[in-house]
Design a protein around this ligand. Structure first.
Ligand code: PEP
Length: 254
């Protein structure tokens, strides 16, 4: 049985003082959550602050990016080892904003993923098509290439530690959401692709998140779909109230 995983991507928001306040508020509003895994992904500067607040509960912490070497002359980058030293256990890799503004490619996503797995950090790999690609009818070709590129040289045992987040670029931060049917169709495609790359047991175990303007008002209908096992939430995770409502929608379906 796959459990729901709701992750909040804070992007470049929240100073340490704000991070402390928001984390305490999320913690306070989710004390009754037992079956849903919650992950908070603050900016790197707040990883340790957030980790120290949630260390006595089941909320996990993740970084938003990493580099594929343990240390070295890579100004501005952070390593998996550094992330883990803060108490974080997850890392978002290949978010569309990183692909668009900071030149992440399927190849660098693969390098980061392999290094994260090797050093025991759990990756959340983001994939998704642009509006032009959807309109051209090549969504599944794009996702096929992104999956093959990101998952090169990854074993079936490693695969079950990975989360795949399907985030159509046209739905991120735009207020436009894929319909539950559109999202389910793509998630089913991703699961079938994972079966052909690995095997049925692996593909059935992997958590597939949907991301793109998930809100308390649409979370339930999206999460109700067979192959949607959680959400990667941007804007709505910056307020404890809306983030906890999304988490509660998942919990109610568990
Ligand atoms: C995201 O940043 O991954 C995201 C899905 O953002 P939003 O929920 O704001 O669309």
């Amino acid at each position: 049985m796959r459990k729901f995983v709701i992750a909040g991507n804070w992007k470049m928001y929240k100073t340490n003082a704000e991070a402390e306040q928001l984390t305490e508020a999320i913690k306070g509003k989710t004390t009754s959550i037992e079956k849903t895994q919650i992950i908070i992904c603050p900016p790197a500067t707040a990883l340790e602050t957030v980790s120290s607040i949630v260390k006595d509960c089941e909320i996990a912490v993740g970084a938003q990016n990493m580099y594929w070497e343990s240390q070295g002359a890579f100004t501005g980058e952070i390593s998996s080892e550094m992330i883990k030293s803060t108490g974080a256990t997850y890392v978002i890799i290949g978010h569309s904003e990183r692909r668009q503004y900071f030149y992440d490619t399927d190849e660098t996503v693969n390098k980061k993923t392999l290094y994260a797995l090797q050093t025991n950090l759990n990756p959340i790999i983001c994939i998704g098509e642009s509006l032009e690609q959807r309109e051209e009818g090549i969504t599944k070709d794009i996702l096929n290439d992104q999956l093959e590129g990101a998952l090169k040289s990854i074993s079936a045992e490693q695969m079950i530690r990975l989360i795949i987040a399907y985030e159509p670029i046209w739905a991120i931060g735009t207020g436009k959401t894929a319909t539950p049917e559109q999202a389910q169709d793509v998630h089913a495609f991703i699961r079938t692709k994972l079966q052909s790359l690995f095997n049925a047991a692996t593909s059935n175990s992997v958590i597939l998140q949907y991301g793109g303007s998930v809100k308390p008002t649409n979370a339930y209908d999206l999460l109700k779909q067979n192959d949607i096992d959680g959400a990667l939430v941007g804007g709505a995770c910056l307020e404890a109230e809306s983030f906890s409502e999304i988490i509660k929608a998942a919990e109610s379906l568990s």
